[in-house]
Design a protein around this ligand. Structure first.
Ligand SMILES: NC(=O)c1ccc[n+]([C@@H]2O[C@H](COP(=O)([O-])OP(=O)(O)OC[C@H]3O[C@@H](n4cnc5c(N)ncnc54)[C@H](OP(=O)(O)O)[C@@H]3O)[C@@H](O)[C@H]2O)c1
Length: 352
């Protein structure tokens, strides 16, 4: 008798917060479909966290149980047989997985420890998917070089506009185009807060709502002071404009000084205030800035409300293209990671 065995794709996840759990839920619902379409069984063999320990099983962590334990107790249960206590670095090495999915907390000041997680993964011949923008904003070129040297993929679609295809579109669907500039509203939290304030809500209530819905960064100053948008701007410059910047090179003004009166004044002048980001060429250098700017009601950006994000990309051959991600929830973040995982599966199928 001949047994046909499908291939296994094993994943080591660092981080099991809002994004990690949403990705796992999506994976659970799609595992059978992936198996049918690509003949790959995708398993998560490691889930590593900062304070809740690490789940490890070479045959696959029980994701359903892990999700239930976090939902019920806010931590992994002591009697979970897959629970071990090792550091995130050890977890990567120990996993012997084929893919690292980096979903740890953003550190905008240096991109760590996510950068060292990615280095460890590449050293251990693992492909990398990251939704954490730190490594792409701080160290994209070097990390891509390390991955390329070993014939490994480094994918990061979720870093800007969650699962909406920004990087994929520029890489795969605009052949021959050079990106000259971009402009966007890329931070849901600040857009949401300013819109809620326009409708009479106060700053703190609006921020709390953004945190409950899971799209605010765990440290709210990352959103409010423009750091999240700065990280995305740096990542976009590094990848789609072939620049070499870090978040510290991006000019930054946040929204903490914006008052309800400022928003009323903007309305009276026929517009709104939005936190905008831009990347542009100036002579031989590429620059970026993040700032709250007046957007007239005639401008396409004025329709980008609530948690919606939009990025306008100006190219030499295809002119200006706008991508809108309408009212995303955490599932759209999960889809960004999931779509990278499928990109990887397709590459593996093609190269087999
Ligand atoms: N949420 C979104 O909508 C969204 C969208 C795009 C990109 N992202 C990015 O995706 C990443 C995850 O976001 P999130 O919303 O899921 O964050 P989160 O809810 O705060 O979860 C972060 C997770 O990372 C773990 N962690 C932090 N430092 C770690 C370390 N050194 N080693 C191992 N695990 C560590 C935390 O462990 P504990 O559970 O023990 O605290 C937690 O499980 C962030 O970089 C974020 O910027 C998020």
């Amino acid at each position: 008798m001949v047994y046909l065995m499908c291939k296994k794709l094993s994943i080591c996840m660092i981080g099991f917060g809002n994004a990690g759990r949403a990705f796992c839920k999506m994976l659970l619902g799609q595992q059978a479909k992936i198996k049918n379409a690509y003949d790959y069984e995708v398993i998560v063999n490691t889930i590593s966290t900062r304070s809740k320990g690490t789940l490890y099983d070479p045959e696959g962590v029980d994701i359903g149980r892990a999700l239930r334990e976090i939902e019920d107790f806010g931590r992994f249960s002591e009697d979970n047989p897959q629970l071990i206590q090792i550091s995130s670095q050890e977890a990567i090495k120990n996993s012997k997985a084929q893919v690292l999915i980096e979903l740890s907390t953003l550190s905008i000041k240096d991109g760590q420890p996510a950068i060292s997680h990615i280095e460890a993964a590449i050293e251990n011949a693992m492909h990398v998917i990251t939704a954490n923008k730190g490594p792409i904003a701080w160290d994209y070129k070097r990390l891509k070089g390390l991955a390329d040297e070993k014939g490994l993929s480094l994918l990061y679609e979720t870093v800007v506009l969650d699962g909406a295809p920004v990087f994929n579109m520029v890489r795969d669907n605009l052949p021959g185009c050079e990106v000259l500039a971009f402009k966007g509203i890329v931070n849901s939290t600040t857009n949401f807060i300013m819109e809620e304030m326009e409708s009479g809500s106060d700053f703190d209530t609006a921020l709390k709502e953004a945190q409950i819905r899971g799209f605010a960064e765990s440290d709210p100053s990352l959103d409010i002071d423009g750091w999240d948008a700065v990280g995305k701007t740096a990542a976009l410059i590094n990848v789609i404009m072939d620049g070499s910047v870090t978040p510290m090179d991006i000019e930054r003004t946040g929204i903490s000084h914006i008052t309800a009166q400022d928003l009323k004044d903007a309305k009276a002048k026929g517009g709104k205030i939005k936190l905008l980001c831009e990347g542009y060429r100036e002579g031989n250098s590429i620059k970026g800035k993040v700032y709250p700017g007046f957007v007239s009601n005639n401008d396409i950006f004025s329709n980008v409300d609530s948690t919606t994000s939009m990025l306008s990309i100006t190219t030499d051959l295809m002119g200006e293209i706008c991508i809108v991600e309408r009212n995303p929830e955490i599932e759209q973040t999960a889809y960004g990671v999931f779509s990278d995982m499928l990109t990887l599966v397709k590459r593996l199928v093609k190269n087999k």
